[in-house]
Design a protein around this ligand. Structure first.
Ligand SMILES: [Zn+2]
Length: 269
């Protein structure tokens, strides 16, 4: 069996724009209808004022199916879970470019493991045009910072994923940004070295699940008087290869099928 999930990660861009009430990039793929239906119910026609986008690298759908208990901290802080389809080649810069431009790789231009600055319109350009303030918090030199550079926004580059999470915590408490993106590479780097199901790698899933739980709980506290959204959005999956190593990049179910979690929270009062 080689089933593929229906909804592509290119729908994330328009979903974020629509949730926050500004125009998506003209060429972006359609929004995610399930997330929007949930938004109608939670926000009753209002727009989300703030959003936290947590991007753990390489968390596959099959890992969620096989090790569901490790995702309980994510499930606890979510009210939508969506099986999602990644893009090809299923490597980090290609996938984040698609997620945050709403475009397939042939259209945004990154079609291999390279990290050029994107010249097409991105979520961040659309947000800035609408007067929103985005920030990307990432480990230094990683795709998600490099390809979205040269915009009038803030980039915070850290030495480790844990430092990214500490910085995100600070940023949330200061509440100076409307769109907060936090990238965590720890599972990806561990699974390449040890294989996706090694105890070392599974411990990194726990780490990401707890990090999302912690950051989204903090966001719920800091943004309690604002309609807001938190999301757990991996870029692609992974599979085991010879030698107990891990890999991704192929057009196969394990690499292409992922899961996204969303938490849509209406303001109190
Ligand atoms: Zn990746």
């Amino acid at each position: 069996m080689d089933e593929r999930n229906q909804i592509c990660i290119t729908s994330v861009c328009a979903a974020v724009c629509q949730l926050m009430g500004f125009a998506a990039p003209a060429e972006a793929d359609d929004t995610n209808p399930a997330v929007m239906r949930k938004a109608e119910k939670i926000f009753a026609g209002r727009r989300a004022e703030r959003i936290l986008l947590y991007n753990p690298d390489a968390i596959a759908l099959w890992l969620y199916q096989k090790y569901t208990d490790r995702f309980i901290p994510v499930i606890e802080n979510s009210n939508v879970a969506m099986p999602m389809l990644s893009v090809m080649p299923s490597v980090t810069p290609v996938c984040f470019a698609s997620m945050y431009t709403g475009l397939q790789p042939q259209k945004h231009g990154i079609q291999a493991y390279v990290k050029p600055v994107l010249r097409v319109e991105t979520l961040f350009d659309a947000a800035i045009k609408a007067g929103k303030k985005p920030v990307i918090i990432s480990t230094r030199g990683d795709s998600i910072t490099e390809i979205f550079k040269e915009r009038n926004m803030t980039y915070i580059e850290c030495d480790t994923p844990d430092e990214c999470n500490e910085k995100t915590e600070e940023i949330l408490k200061q509440d100076l940004y409307d769109i907060v993106v936090c990238y965590n590479a720890n599972f990806d780097s561990t699974m390449h070295r040890w294989g996706p199901e090694a105890e070392e790698s599974l411990a990194q899933i726990d780490h990401n699940a707890r990090a999302y739980h912690h950051l989204s709980s903090l966001a719920d506290e800091v943004w309690k008087d604002k309609d807001h959204v938190c999301a757990f959005l991996p870029d692609h999956g992974c599979h085991e290869i010879d030698g107990n190593l891990g890999s991704h990049g192929l057009d196969m179910r394990e690499d292409m099928n992922i899961i996204h979690f969303w938490s849509l929270v209406g303001k109190i009062g």
